[in-house]
Design a protein around this ligand. Structure first.
Ligand code: YOG
Length: 134
């Protein structure tokens, strides 16, 4: 059974967020704002429904999904694209593949040493974020 990713998590490191945002085509002004943010993740699970909220002082983003079911995701307030997203558990990793205009796009969450890890990737750029439990 995978360690629970539910709870409120605060970002403690953020590597190559800039490269990830560039791959998504985010402009320099928004990148500069986004780079300064201390992101939080608020993750809830209600039965087979998961909700991941990315929270900041600037903007919030909520993604709700059921495992193993491809759904339409609109990345509103991020890069504003429509993708088809499929989330599955692969071993101890929660893996999302985001199929759309951008190639090789998705993210992976897992727990390691009581920390929440996140890898965000797009077109060859990989951003690594780590969160500690609040
Ligand atoms: O999370 O896909 O946890 O959805 C990554 C931002 C900054 C806006 C956040 C707002 C990508 C300008 C979501 C930041 C950069 C920059 C706070 C990452 C795009 C625009 C919302 C993500 C998954 C996995 C769940």
């Amino acid at each position: 059974m995978p360690a629970s990713i539910c709870g409120t998590w605060e970002m403690i490191s953020n590597v190559n967020f800039e490269g990830y945002m560039m791959a998504l085509g985010i402009g320099p002004y928004l990148r500069k704002i986004a780079l300064r943010l201390k992101l939080k993740k608020v993750i809830e699970q209600h039965g087979d429904l998961y909700v991941i909220k990315t929270v900041s002082t600037f903007r919030n983003y909520t993604f709700s999904f059921k495992l193993n079911q491809e759904i339409e995701e609109f990345t509103q307030g991020l890069d504003n694209r429509h993708v088809k997203s499929l989330v599955t558990w692969e071993g101890n990793k929660l893996v999302c593949v985001q199929t759309g205009e951008k190639k090789n796009r998705g993210w992976t969450h897992w727990i390691e040493d009581d920390k929440l890890h996140l890898e965000l990737y797009c077109e060859g750029e990989l951003c690594r974020q780590v969160f500690k439990k609040k």
